[in-house]
Design a protein around this ligand. Structure first.
Ligand SMILES: NC(=O)c1ccc[n+]([C@@H]2O[C@H](COP(=O)([O-])OP(=O)(O)OC[C@H]3O[C@@H](n4cnc5c(N)ncnc54)[C@H](OP(=O)(O)O)[C@@H]3O)[C@@H](O)[C@H]2O)c1
Length: 331
């Protein structure tokens, strides 16, 4: 079959974008060693940006978003991969300017492709997706910087979002006491199910203030919010604590003071899950399939088909989503 279905976004007028389901042809896909039948994708904040015409993510339209995909190899020009093999692709240029996982076919360079980790089924890999990989990378960075369970509370911001909710699940599984910061008090019970021990209102962290330091509270933090929230998190880190910063939902810009760094020796750890070398991604994926497996993940995941994409992307863009969306391309 050379025809396949995809959700394609078109620039209909200056700065106006519209997505729809279309039939596409494999011949329209870019060059690459592997042609993959996509079984599942997932929805991330970056997909919502791409689907709404954010040129910082996607420069050229028409475009099929979807930064994550799992599927089976239909053909491969690289002998590391064989027909029928289950493979996983996240990040690099997939779904940014390369036709992505919101279509039933992708063609990609072999250097972007990892075998599906053993012990993980395709749907689970996309319940996690880039959000899960990023949560794993944040926690890996904190552990490498010496975080231990008896150091105290670990803060997770943007707690009901994809990265946040999975970070809570992994940290709780590892025995940490997790404090979840959210703008959705009604989701408190869900966050507790994932393993949060306390819920705080994100407004407590989001206001700017001229104070360079706050009382020491957090042993560590995973921050997806950026902006003034990130600076407030840094101000409240305990001596020697670290924050893994991976997101910008409040703002990509933040004003800071060197005082927390030079008086408390705190660390700001940048996390990127997109351009990271494949071997490092695979190391985190195998942890996510093993010791870091989040048992309650399917309870915070909504499965959708291509025809439900538009509404779900709008919910993500407005910050209203709770948990993860799994996109089933076979529905
Ligand atoms: N560095 C990387 O490689 C990497 C990888 C993946 C994601 N990211 C970034 O990480 C961030 C989160 O991604 P995601 O996929 O988890 O997104 P998501 O599912 O949309 O979750 C974001 C969460 O942030 C909170 N939020 C939204 N607007 C906010 C605001 N104005 N101020 C404070 N909090 C707000 C909301 O949670 P509450 O209502 O619970 O507060 C929301 O659910 C994004 O900026 C994304 O681009 C980076």
């Amino acid at each position: 079959m050379s025809q396949y279905r995809a959700y394609e976004v078109v620039e209909v007028a200056d700065k106006q974008y519209q997505g729809s389901l279309v039939e596409k042809n494999e011949a329209d896909l870019p060059n690459g060693e592997l042609l993959v039948e996509v079984l599942y994708s997932s929805l991330n904040y970056k997909d919502a940006l791409s689907a709404s015409g954010n040129k910082g993510v996607t420069r050229h339209y028409p475009h099929v978003p979807g930064i994550d995909a799992v599927g089976t190899v239909l053909s491969s020009d690289d002998d590391q991969f064989s027909e029928g093999q289950a493979v996983l692709i996240t990040g690099y240029d997939l779904g940014m300017n390369t036709s992505g996982g919101f279509g039933q076919r992708i063609r990609v360079p072999a250097s972007w492709v990892a075998p599906l980790p053993s012990g993980m089924d395709p749907a689970t890999s996309m319940r996690l997706g880039t959000a899960g990989l990023t949560a794993g990378l944040c926690i890996d960075a904190l552990l490498k910087n010496g975080l231990e369970v008896d150091h105290g509370e670990v803060l997770v911001t943007g707690a009901t979002g994809g990265v946040g909710i999975i970070a809570i699940g992994i940290l709780a599984k590892l025995g940490f006491q997790v404090v979840a910061s959210t703008g959705k008090p009604e989701a408190g019970q869900v966050l507790k199910t994932m393993g949060a021990s306390e819920i705080i209102d994100r407004n407590e962290l989001s206001e700017s203030s001229s104070r360079p330091l706050l009382p020491e509270r957090w042993a560590a933090a995973v921050d997806v919010v950026g902006g003034d929230t990130l600076f407030n998190v840094i101000k409240g880190l305990k001596y020697g604590g670290s924050v893994a910063a991976c997101g910008l939902v409040q703002s990509p810009v933040f004003q800071a003071s060197v005082l927390p760094f030079i008086l408390r020796g705190v660390n700001l750890l940048g996390v990127d899950s997109v351009e990271l070398p494949l071997l490092q991604k695979e190391r985190i994926w195998s942890k996510l399939a093993g010791d870091w497996k989040v048992e309650a993940l399917d309870q915070v995941c909504t499965e959708i088909g291509l025809d439900q994409l538009e509404a779900s992307l709008a919910t993500i863009l407005s910050g209203g989503a709770v948990g993860r969306y799994l996109l089933n391309l076979q529905r």
